[in-house]
Design a protein around this ligand. Sequence first.
Ligand code: ADP
Ligand code: ASP
Ligand code: MG
Length: 403
Amino acid sequence: MKFGGTSVADLDRIRAVAERVRKEREKGHQVAVVVSAMAGVTNQMVGFVQALDPMADAREYDAVVASGEQVTSGLTAIALQALGIPARSWQGWQIPFHTDDAHGKARIGDVEGAALIACMEQGEVPVIAGFQGVAPEDRISTLGRGGSDTSAVAIAAAIRADRCDIYTDVDGIYTTDPRIVKKARKLDRITFEEMLELASVGAKVLQTRSVGLAMKEKVRVRVLSSFEPETELSGSLVVDEDETMEKELVTGIAYSLDEAKISVSRIPDRPGIAAAIFSPLTKARVNVDMIVQSVGSDGSTNMTFTVPKNDQARALAALEAARGDIQYGEIHTANDVVKISVVGIGMRSHSGMASTMFETLAERGINVQVISTSEIKISVLIDAAYMELAMRALHTAYGLDGE
Ligand code: ADP
Ligand code: ASP
Ligand code: MG
């Protein structure tokens, strides 16, 4: 049972978590618990670090931002004990939960299940600090924002759990963010592949890596609310393709405000120009997402692309350093953009899915700045001011609206 930030936001919520664990044990299950930091705490820690030094030592960043989960794991263990349930907290290094040394976004190595299984065999509930692990040289590491979902799936795999229940502040996975689109519809089931794509384009209900890991390790994942009583109809299951019943053309719509647009203009149009621009970005560890190239009236070319907002400064520095090679005229950047993506396995076999998107946006006078597609996804970059309008219009246009 994994509980996210809003589910452990204060002591009453933590007591409610303990109560849910008690109910689950009464059904005869052995339970391991993974907790996030209290809502807002990780943001505050990140703010502290950035205020001192935006380029801070990533190992110390991890030492600071991992602390919120240490607090909630201890508090949750205390709340369980108060109900008469034996429990103890586990930090990443105690399990141990091994990762590599890519601090701030560490990759998971071996996760030792033995001590946790022994803990449960003794009738005790292990309460694991999510988000964190231990890197080589015994430094604390973290798995990237939203990483407690991935912790939970890794722990579920390590202890060979029957299921990994992700408790959050919405009752499952919806066709789009239910906080933005009121007509969003809850999906009883979604395939790993579709969830992976939705998460990767911005649906933060599950961290992308947790979905990939669950798919690889064959962990059954359920998403449900910690705020509502559990019923037969609660939550959503992430399943293999053959387990889904309804085959919809479009599964869902997601948005991401995490990207910045960079336009490099008036570049001499010659072979090798894309390499001259993107190789320095790769070397600077900047992930480029959407790309469009256009030819100007004077025969020169322009390249527009998006990068994570966090990498924008590094991207600009890398381009500036490569100016001699690229020979561009100027660079423009924009932060007030949103990427909206429509995802569905049905796109593999159906044409016309993209034109629905373009027509819907055009009818509302929304300009599309950049487009990218994959086998089961279409993404457009638009002005951030139109985010909600575009999401609602597309949700209706693709026939996704519920009650
Ligand atoms: P937690 O703190 O429990 O990990 P998150 O805030 O990380 O919770 O994720 C839950 C949030 O994800 C919801 O409150 C909702 O606004 C957002 N969300 C985005 N897309 C979706 C979607 N397709 N289905 C459900 N929730 C979504
Ligand atoms: N507390 C971490 C974060 O805010 C991890 C998580 O909540 O999943 O990113
Ligand atoms: Mg989350």
